[in-house]
Design a protein. Structure first.
Length: 435
């Protein structure tokens, strides 16, 4: 059996579903293929879904701010009916604790350029605004069983606060919402479908062979396969000219009860970015506290060869490391005896900046290296790929003259060349999931 859509998107996560929506809105006949049983079942479902703006580049900050405006009015942005359940954005604010590796002045300059509201807090203001927090400076993060981990603070920290940040309460539902909106515009979805072979005929037509014998023919293929994206590139024989690599990384996010006093007036406290001790955290809507790591140099990273072989059970060692670091920052945090949380596999680029681009083979596009810090940018990721694909398929040379995206809210320009597969590595990157 053969199918012949205008474009095939591989991956029905939050990024792939967003791309499908934007391509379908532009009149394309779109088919999304995913090996899982529904939208957002892969790395999207393991996302902490924090909506923040502290990126290291102008283009990254504009993208995050423009995307946040979509999340703030999610149902309207997608055009979904009132009877459709949608993911909700919770505006809690975000506190980014000072750390020398991410200079405050650099971040403030980017916020000012984009006109993002922010507040500067000294350590006294930090303690007053965040009940129970220890403002001590402990950098760099230490192994939790070392003597150095328990050393006294060397100084105190301040922070940058962005009141318009927050989190989305159900990342998998957010992907399902995007998929529903895409379907409303005519996109089709094929689940439990594994691609076993990809080839391209001399006329440029791509042929995707599925495990059920189906062959999908299309002139446009978009790789949004998350942790499986590197393997898909290899299967399609693309990537020889990439200067940025992607690889699967196993990660864990743990769940505990929020520190005493963190939920004030029945309202969840803010999200926390804390490179000083090596964690990030966010509240939930039920008095909980989600804790993830920021890849501190003292902890080995769990790179894996095959995402299908990853152990998705949380581990006691990782739980202890991340939760004890959170307890260093919040001394009243209770560390439970049994780990709670989730494990997943991220698709990580060398500099933690995604690749949204064409490739060296006509008709094959990528939205990869997105896991961990691009959930929040999914609305614009879809628009970026749709703009690039539309321009390139019409004959535009995106490598020589990168497509420019104009933000609907800010009217600022995002140079899509900053997400190029052939870019120089981002020297300003924190080298962590924060980008």
């Amino acid at each position: 059996m053969h199918e012949r859509p205008d474009a095939v998107v591989v991956g029905a996560g939050v990024i792939g579903s967003s791309i499908a929506l934007q391509l379908a809105k532009r009149g394309n006949n779109v088919l999304v293929v995913d090996k899982a049983g529904g939208p957002g079942y892969g790395s999207t479902s393991a996302s902490s879904a924090i909506i923040r703006f502290n990126y290291s580049t102008f283009d990254g900050v504009v993208t995050a701010w423009e995307s946040s405006r979509c999340w703030a009015d999610w149902r309207s942005y997608l055009g979904l009916d009132q009877d459709v359940a949608v993911a909700r954005f919770h505006r809690t604010g975000m506190v980014f604790l000072d750390v020398d590796t991410v200079p405050r002045d650099h971040t403030i300059k980017l916020y000012q350029d984009v006109n993002i509201p922010y507040e500067e807090w000294d350590s006294a203001e930090l303690v007053q605004r965040i009940p129970g927090i220890d403002p001590g400076r402990y950098f760099p993060p230490k192994p939790v069983h070392s003597e150095e981990f328990f050393a006294e603070a060397t100084a105190t920290l301040g922070a940058l606060y962005t009141p318009d940040a927050g989190f989305v309460d159900d990342p998998q539902l957010a992907a399902a919402n995007l998929a529903q909106a895409a379907a409303d515009h005519g996109a089709a979805f094929k689940y439990r479908a594994t691609i076993v072979e990809i080839d391209q005929s001399p006329d440029g037509l791509w042929h995707l062979h599925l495990d059920d014998g189906t062959i999908i023919d299309s002139s446009v293929v978009v790789n949004a396969a998350g942790p499986w994206s590197g393997a898909l590139n290899t299967m399609a024989d693309v990537g020889a000219d990439f200067t940025v690599a992607v690889a699967p990384l196993r990660q864990e996010v743990h769940h505990v009860s929020a520190p005493t006093g963190f939920d004030t007036g029945g309202r969840p406290g803010p999200c926390i970015a804390d490179l000083d001790v090596g964690i990030y955290a966010r509240p939930d809507t039920r008095g909980g506290f989600l804790i993830g790591g920021t890849e501190p140099a003292c902890d080995p990273l769990e790179w894996i060869d095959d995402p299908d072989t990853a152990d998705l059970n949380r581990t006691a060692d990782r739980f202890e490391s991340q939760v004890m670091r959170a307890a260093r920052r919040f001394p009243d945090l209770t560390v439970p005896a049994q780990p709670r949380g989730i494990a997943g596999v991220y698709d990580v680029a060398s500099d933690w900046t995604p690749i949204y681009d064409k490739t060296d083979r006509d008709g094959f596009y990528v939205a990869i290296g997105t896991s961990g810090n691009q959930f929040k940018n999914a609305p614009l990721a879809g628009e970026f790929l749709a703009e690039i694909i539309t321009a390139v398929e019409a004959g535009h040379d995106h490598d020589r003259d990168p497509v420019q995206y104009i933000g609907r809210t800010t009217r600022l320009t995002v140079d899509l060349g900053s997400f190029s597969r052939k870019r120089q590595l981002n020297a300003e990157s924190s080298g962590t999931v924060l980008g």
